[in-house]
Design a protein around this ligand. Structure first.
Ligand SMILES: Cc1cc2nc3c(=O)[nH]c(=O)nc-3n(C[C@H](O)[C@H](O)[C@H](O)COP(=O)(O)O)c2cc1C
Length: 205
């Protein structure tokens, strides 16, 4: 059975535009693969806490996880990594906050990027240990930074996910959402067109 891991990273519970786009993408995959297991994380309700040094230490020496906070942090990391390892498809809804991804999504990356688990250091540099996953990322932004030096989300997510072996990534962009009703409508319509194109042409969806 295939597995879909969906993460909505917006802090807005209702009406988040990135979540709506990621829901549309997830629904398309779920109707293509009937019965697919669906793991859904909504960071507006259950944000991932920031990693701290004591939890990070326990990643390298699980026996050192003595405190309840360390044990909880280690358990969270295990769970998140397991979800990722089991996923055939990863669908992310990512709003731009101050030119970057939401900090709780960065915290998720910090919990799942672990040497020996999801990547390995080698003499020629790090190699990703996760393979064969398709990732669809819906990015929403109030302005329109796509193709400018301030489009930091695209290269960052490619690099961060690529480090752990997730290299097959398709981005869906809804830009200009705070630039007036016409621009917002055009931005969302363009994003839905991108999703339709992906789901009609991709062998996956
Ligand atoms: C804290 C915060 C910071 C934001 N920073 C930016 C930004 O740097 N650039 C931008 O284009 N839009 C920015 N926005 C606008 C959001 O990216 C935009 O409203 C987006 O649609 C939010 O996605 P959501 O509806 O999924 O939450 C920001 C919004 C918030 C709440």
């Amino acid at each position: 059975m295939k597995t879909l891991l969906q993460i909505n990273a917006s802090m807005q519970e209702q009406d988040a535009q990135s979540s709506q786009l990621s829901n549309t993408m997830a629904d398309a995959l779920l109707s293509r693969f009937v019965g697919m297991r669906h793991i859904k994380r909504d960071f507006s309700k259950d944000p991932i806490p920031h990693l701290d040094h004591s939890i990070f230490q326990s990643f390298y020496d699980p026996m050192a996880a003595q405190t309840p906070a360390q044990q909880a942090g280690l358990a969270l990391s295990h769970t998140l990594i397991l979800e990722l390892k089991e996923a055939d498809f990863i669908v992310l809804g990512v709003p731009m906050y101050n030119l970057m991804i939401p900090s709780t999504l960065k915290a998720w990356i910090d919990y799942v990027t672990r040497a020996g688990q999801t990547f390995q250091f080698t003499e020629s540099g790090p190699i990703g240990l996760l393979e064969g996953k398709k990732c669809y990322i819906s990015v929403t932004q109030g302005g329109n930074f796509l193709g400018t030096p301030n489009d930091l989300i695209t290269p960052y997510l490619k690099a961060a996910l690529g480090l752990i072996g997730i290299t097959e990534i398709e981005f869906i962009y809804a830009n200009g959402l705070a630039m007036g009703p016409q621009a917002a409508e055009a931005g969302l319509s363009e994003a839905h067109k991108q999703i339709a194109k992906i789901t009609q042409t991709s062998e996956a969806a």
